[in-house]
Design a protein around this ligand. Structure first.
Ligand code: SF4
Length: 349
């Protein structure tokens, strides 16, 4: 095997990435684990809390998404949550030890009339001393700057898949639209959270293409969610064939090698993974999860199960910066004492 790859590179070729995907499984995992250990404590996983601030009735047609108004998935539509309600949720999350609060709205893009509300949410959560993250759809440069000025830390906007496969998944916005939003987010000085979904019927070449797009951005996203498709009845991908779970683990490992300093997030689809698979994903370099009862609108493993798995694997929630150490202590203490009820938090309410 070649020397370990652990420098930040933005010029990955298709042949190089394909070669990583095609390594024998054990070689790939060993390589990914070596890279991981040079950049992170391998026994720490970052945890965030996610809150759906506006659910359903989205005009976009993402083929995997139960929130699209075009598919009948039985999802209850909800209006934009009141600022006070969001802050209550954030407070509860903070009291449970969360240090990052992620707020998601099912929009094509935020309208001018929505902005004052979301800006107040950001300000309020920030004032509580938590890190803030939002996902609101496409953003203009001005909106990105407004969010930054309000105190937003991270913006999530996924590329979903390769440019080639993208047209099979969504028709209402282009790949370039997504890249433009990521540019606006970066230019505003926000941290980027961007990844994709595997198991949507794409080929390995598409997983290669997705990771090339992410790793060859001018700066790697600080956070890279790798989602496994959650098949929701009523969506066009409801009957999609299962992806070989080892292909999912390979995708995590290759992402870890290509973007060694980024947090790779084991995201949607965790519900359908058993403990062994999640442990393998952590070994392959995943070091971030959401906890809470809901992951936007799809079930997330009960948070107490997460904490039990952490205990069994000797994993600690990632250490936080000085100003957040109090929250970290709460989380670590609760983990030790297994006060699991404290971790329950209904992101959908
Ligand atoms: S993924 Fe986002 S943009 Fe696409 S339909 Fe769902 S909520 Fe709308």
């Amino acid at each position: 095997m070649n020397a370990p790859v652990d420098t930040l590179r933005h010029n990955w070729t298709r042949a190089e990435v394909k070669a990583l995907f095609e390594l024998p499984f054990n070689d790939l995992l060993f390589e990914a684990q070596c890279v991981h250990r040079r950049h992170f404590n391998p026994n720490e996983v970052q945890v965030s809390t996610l809150c759906s601030i506006k659910t359903g009735a989205c005009p976009e047609d993402c083929a995997y998404c139960p929130q699209s108004a075009r598919y009948d998935t039985g999802l209850e539509r909800e209006k934009l949550m009141a600022v006070e309600k969001v802050l209550e949720e954030a407070k509860a999350a903070k009291e449970s030890g969360a240090t990052r609060f992620c707020m998601g709205a099912a929009w094509r893009s935020p309208k001018a009339k929505d902005m004052p509300y979301v800006l107040n949410m950001v300000k309020g959560v920030k004032e509580m001393g938590m890190e803030t993250c939002m996902t609101l759809g496409m953003l203009s440069s001005d909106q990105a700057v407004e969010l930054k000025d309000a105190g937003l830390d991270y913006y999530n906007h996924n590329l979903d898949t390769s440019p080639e496969y993208y047209q099979c998944i969504i028709s209402t916005r282009t790949y370039q639209d997504r890249l433009d939003t990521l540019d606006s987010v970066r230019e505003a000085g926000l941290k980027v959270c961007s990844g994709g979904i595997v198991g949507m019927g794409e080929k390995e070449d598409d997983r290669v293409g997705l990771l090339m797009q992410l790793a060859n951005l001018k700066e790697h996203p600080e956070s890279v969610p790798i989602n496994m498709l959650v098949k929701v009845e009523g969506t066009p991908l409801a009957e999609e064939a299962d992806l070989d779970p080892f292909e999912f683990i390979r995708t995590i490992a290759v992402a870890r090698i290509m973007m060694p300093a980024s947090h790779v997030r084991l995201s949607a689809g965790r519900e359908e993974m058993n403990d062994q698979m999640q442990a393998l994903a952590f070994f392959a370099g995943a070091n971030s999860i959401f906890y809470g009862e809901k992951l936007l609108t799809t079930p997330n493993p009960e948070s107490n199960k997460d904490m039990q798995l952490f205990q069994r694997l000797g994993i600690q929630p990632e250490s936080y910066k000085v100003e957040e150490s109090a929250s970290e202590e709460v989380l670590v203490e609760q983990l030790k004492e297994a006060k699991m009820d404290k971790f329950f938090y209904n992101a959908a309410q």
